[in-house]
Every structure is written in C-alpha cells, then in structure tokens.
Design a protein around this ligand. Structure first.
Ligand code: BGC
Length: 268
C-alpha cells in the first residue's frame, strides 16, 4: 500500500534487518511512516533497511537490541521517543526457530525460542501499551491511540511436530494478542496479529533449497507460490492504517491458503 495513509506516524518494527520484518518496515515507510528498525546482530542489514527507507523520503533509525531482554526493549522504546517524540505502531516481529523432535529437544532450545518469540512479544506489547495509554489518541494522526501488530505464524493453528517450541510460542501469541485487545480496546488501542505461511526468508531456506523440497513446500500452498516479505508488509501497512480501524483482536492469515489444510483436498 503506497501513499500517505501513515503520514506523521512512527513505527517500531523488531527484527527488521531482514526477511518479514524488513518487508514490513518497507511497506510502513512507503505508506509514510517513520520507522525504528530494531535488529539483534545484523547491523549491515539494519543499515540497508534504514537507507532504503530514507530513499522513500521518510526517516528511520536502526536500534540494536535483544527482544528477550527487558532492558533492551525498554531502551528501544526510549530511543524511539528520543528520536521521534511518539510511537503509533508497534510490530513485534523478531522470531527464531530451533528445530528438534520433542524427545530430542534440550530445555535450552525450548527456552530460547519461547524467550524470543513469546516473551519478546510480551515485552514489546507491554512497553507499547504503556506508551499508548500515556499518549492517548493523537488528533489528526490516527483514530486509535496505538496499533500493535503481532507477527505470529500459521503454526498458531497448524500443529508442527518437530517444532513444538516454535508452535507453542506462536499459539501463545494468539492469546496474548486477544487478551490485550480485550483489556485495552476501551483505551482505543488496536491489537491484532498477522500469521504468515511459508514466506521466502532465511528461516525456511533449508526447507526449500532443493527443487524436491520446493515442490514439497508448494504442495502445502494451494495458491501455488511461496510468499514474499512484501505480501506480509502490505497487510501490515493496511492493518496499521485507519482503513482497518474496526478490526481489533483479529488474526489475519497471509498464507496462500495453507490453513485450508490442502492435504484434505479430495479426501473422503
Ligand atoms: C515458519 C517457516 C515455515 C512456515 C510454514 C513459518 O512460521 O517459520 O519455517 O515455512 O511457517 O510452515
């Protein structure tokens, strides 16, 4: 969505040095938002995101921080305010996979995924809601006091053996998001989620780097193509805008039909 729907709005996107986070940062920037680009270790990628956003005519800064660390998230919000004075859109996106079968999974690998994918989203949501409550509705900026867009996964509903840490973290995001909406919609805060399917990013590279694997992946996608970060970005930009003002507590599946369980086609 290109244009001015997010003009004068400020967004924080976590994990925006590559992949889906970068795609979201670009789409928000194209719609007019200024973007705080959080990254964990890929400083070069974050800088690339910032430069490209500036080339669109908007402003951006990169802020390093580990979303699973309370102080890092607090500092991220402080830096955003120091730079841009307000925050209107928060997109907790940073996520990882560490894949093992349950009976071979170390506690450490369970914990790390939960810490980043779920606790990280809690920490960002908490700081966002504190700030949105303090700011209230900023007149002429948006109808809402703030927009939280949690980036989840189709694996918040599709069970994923071999990835129980990841699936559990994404299932958790669903109830985190809905509970926030239930509690704070009255304060004009909108809290929604996007659940991407198979998007071509680093996280699933090794599940689609041979022709055979690509074909297997495509069997899971009725629409017949693997998604791109832009597919998620454009939905995020719309969900952040007043065009979707009455959507609250909702998850939008952006998955080319993956959650229709195509394995059941013609069955029975
Ligand atoms: C995972 C990807 C996977 C996709 C569809 C995503 O949440 O991170 O590895 O390709 O879901 O299964």
């Amino acid at each position: 969505m290109e244009g001015t729907t997010l003009n004068n709005q400020i967004a924080i996107v976590t994990g925006a040095s590559s992949g889906i986070g970068q795609g979201i940062a670009f789409a928000l920037g194209k719609a007019g938002a200024k973007v705080v680009v959080n990254y964990h270790s890929n400083a070069e990628g974050a800088q690339e995101t910032v430069e490209k956003l500036k080339s669109f005519g908007t402003d951006a800064i990169a802020v390093k921080g580990d979303v699973s660390k309370e102080q890092d998230v607090i500092t991220l919000f402080q830096k955003a305010i120091a730079m841009f004075d307000a925050v209107d859109i928060v997109v907790p996106n940073a996520g990882i996979q560490i894949d093992y079968k349950l009976h071979e999974m170390a506690l450490e690998d369970w914990q790390k995924v939960i810490d980043i994918n779920l606790t990280g989203q809690f920490l960002c949501a908490r700081e966002a809601v504190k700030l949105f409550l303090k700011q209230g509705v900023r007149d002429h900026i948006s109808k809402a006091a703030g927009k939280l867009i949690h980036i989840s996964s189709v694996h918040d509903v599709i069970p994923w053996s071999g990835h129980v840490n990841y699936a559990a973290s994404k299932g958790g995001i669903d109830m985190l998001m809905k509970s926030i909406c239930q509690g704070y919609a009255v304060d004009k805060i909108r809290c929604n989620a996007i659940s991407p399917g198979a998007i071509a990013t680093k996280i699933n590279e090794n599940a689609r780097d041979t022709e055979e694997e690509r074909k297997e992946m495509l069997k899971l996608i009725p629409y017949g193509r693997i998604g791109q970060p832009k597919d998620i970005g454009e939905v995020a930009a719309w969900l952040a805008s007043d065009h979707s003002d009455y959507i609250n507590g909702e998850t939008i599946y952006v998955d080319g039909g993956m959650t229709t369980y195509p394995g059941f086609k013609g069955n029975g």
